[in-house]
Design a protein around this ligand. Structure first.
Ligand SMILES: Nc1nc2c(ncn2[C@@H]2O[C@H](COP(=O)(O)OP(=O)(O)OP(=O)(O)O)[C@@H](O)[C@H]2O)c(=O)[nH]1
Ligand SMILES: [Mg+2]
Length: 292
């Protein structure tokens, strides 16, 4: 038997659908997904293991201009991922306008001999066939990519084609040498995933009201007893953001707390006592980033 395994980077502009794709391909929620831009802030590993293959996906923060320490940290993550993969999935959102600069960027990746670049046109469930054909036409001269696959993480269309194509470009071995245990679907710690769940619920529930400046700091994480006790600081950048997060009579923060708790209980498989404190730190995005 032949065993196939290797790393697959998932890159593209922010909001292109990278994390949704990784979750769908892995079949587990490894990365949070929100309608907001710049949701993913660091590389996240998603692992798909079958009898004769293990694909290790690296979901990355969306490519954008660096402005502060957080942006720089995010772009460093993207460069790091690109430096160590066998296959690169470049994700372009079919609902957005064609971007010539991005086209050149993809061309550069595709000419890199260190990995095979596959172009994915995402969210095709949202566009008509005619518009999709027109959009695909923009990439007609991009002959250096291995293939172009229109796909949707919502309907699941072409997910099997993506896996087949990835397997063509990963190294194969005569011995099983998988890096991760067969039942592992991510390398993230439960502590990190807990913080991400809370950030996802906050971003969702505050979507229209608040810009990006939210961070989660877990100050207590005790999962030893029958009930897990978790305290977190939800950090925002302005005093008036704090009142938006709290909501009238604390209703918003209660909703964030109860939606988060329900997901964290599923993750930890036990009851959770979750306390969220809203704090203001107007400079947190300028500070050195440490990974939870
Ligand atoms: N209809 C539809 N929506 C999608 C699809 N894929 C992603 N979305 C939506 O697009 C938005 C962004 O998705 P994400 O998966 O978070 O995008 P991302 O590229 O990881 O974004 P960043 O982490 O910010 O770089 C979310 O609202 C998703 O629900 C799809 O195939 N179809
Ligand atoms: Mg993401």
């Amino acid at each position: 038997m032949k065993y196939i395994t290797g790393y697959v980077g998932v890159v593209g502009k922010t909001n292109a659908g990278k994390s949704s794709l990784v979750n769908r391909l892995v079949g587990e929620k490894v990365s949070i997904v929100t309608p907001k831009t710049q949701t993913t802030r660091q590389n996240i590993i998603g692992i798909l293991t079958k009898e004769n293959y293990q694909i290790v996906f690296v979901d990355t923060p969306g490519i954008h201009k660096s402005q502060n320490m957080l942006d720089k940290f995010m772009m460093k993550n993207v460069r790091h991922a690109i430096g160590s993969v066998d296959v690169l999935l470049y994700v372009v959102d079919a609902t957005k306008r064609f971007d010539v600069k991005e086209f050149e960027n993809i061309k550069n990746y595709a000419q890199n001999p260190n990995f095979a670049t596959i172009l994915l046109i995402s969210k095709v469930d949202l566009v008509s066939k005619a518009n999709l054909m027109k959009f695909l036409g923009n990439f007609a001269t991009l002959d250096c990519v291995k293939t172009i696959i229109p796909c949707s993480s919502k309907t699941g269309v072409n997910q099997d084609v993506i896996i087949e194509e990835i397997l063509k470009w990963l190294p194969s071995f005569s011995e099983k040498n998988f890096e991760f245990d067969d039942d592992m679907y991510t390398s993230s710690s439960v502590r990190f995933m807990t913080a991400e769940i809370i950030r996802e619920k906050a971003l969702f529930l505050l979507n229209e009201e608040l810009p990006h400046g939210l961070a989660i700091d877990i100050t207590k994480f005790d999962e030893n007893g029958t009930v897990a006790h978790i305290d977190v600081d939800l950090i925002c950048e302005k005093e008036n953001h704090k009142s938006i997060i709290l909501g009238k009579g604390g209703t918003k923060i209660k909703e964030i707390g109860s939606q988060s708790r329900s997901d964290i209980e599923k993750l930890l498989d036990k009851k959770v006592m979750l306390k969220i404190f809203v704090k203001v730190d107007k400079n947190w995005r300028q500070k050195k980033i440490t990974v939870v």
